[in-house]
Design a protein around this ligand. Structure first.
Ligand SMILES: [Zn+2]
Ligand SMILES: [Zn+2]
Length: 240
């Protein structure tokens, strides 16, 4: 019965390829045949903390992680944020292409499965968006992704733990520290009077760039009693 409903939905809303946006055939569950080889994961050498590509095999960390200021423990992202994944993630976020999440979650599971296993998370927590944004966009793309990841890994999701208080825009004129402070005030626990029920939390987001968002959430969750906060993302910017 469930399958039948799925088929009808496929017919009304055909699933699309996350790279070319063409309609997928039945045999192509996540990506079309033509595009399957077009996305290449980040290659080694990578930063041991954030997984960003680095230039030298002799380095362990990217410049940013080398400074040792991140509040989270470790992270994993699949693709470098350039080429076709950029357009894909833009459509995922702004053009209602929620169906791409199945492909993204599969990529995270295939390439990042070992990393996630080592993190031993009890729960997946999607990076929240402000309720005004949620109203206009209709969905939080990080939550759509986390839900798919829950389906594929069995790790439960909690989208009711943290919220975004301020609808912050990236403020380029702020320096790193100011941005950090600014972002830190942007998040809050949804139920601050309740004891945090997790020790090891895996944050889920679509894109990791400077890490200030993940850091802000990690700092907040650790203050509330979490021991380890890690992240997974579909793509990672190359700013380190
Ligand atoms: Zn395609
Ligand atoms: Zn790094």
């Amino acid at each position: 019965m469930k399958k039948r409903a799925g088929n009808i939905l496929d017919w009304i809303y055909p699933r699309r390829c996350p790279v070319c946006d063409g309609i997928l055939e039945k045999k192509e569950p996540y990506i079309c045949r033509k595009c399957a080889g077009k996305l290449k994961p980040v290659e080694e050498p990578r930063c041991r903390k954030c997984s960003k590509p680095i230039r030298s095999w002799t380095e362990e960390y990217c410049v940013e992680c080398g400074k040792g200021k991140h509040a989270y423990e470790k992270g994993y992202a699949v693709y470098p944020y350039h080429g076709p994944i950029q357009g894909s993630l833009m459509r995922f976020k702004y053009a209602q292409r929620q169906e791409y999440a199945g492909f993204y979650a599969q990529a995270i599971r295939i390439y990042g499965g070992d990393a996630i296993q080592r993190m031993q998370p009890e729960v997946l927590v999607p990076v929240p968006i402000h309720k005004k944004k949620l109203r206009t966009r209709g969905y939080n793309q990080a939550e759509v992704l986390a839900r798919q990841l829950t389906d594929q890994t069995g790790i439960p999701m909690d989208a009711d733990l943290v919220l975004r208080k301020k609808n912050t825009l990236p403020q380029k004129e702020l320096d790193h520290e100011e941005r950090r402070r600014n972002l830190r005030e942007a998040f809050a626990l949804k139920h601050p009077d309740k004891k945090l029920p997790y020790k090891r939390i895996l944050l889920v987001d679509d894109i990791y760039t400077t890490g200030s968002t993940v850091d802000a959430l990690a700092a907040l969750l650790k203050q509330a009693g979490a021991e380890e906060v890690c992240f997974v993302a579909v793509a990672i910017g190359n700013t380190g």
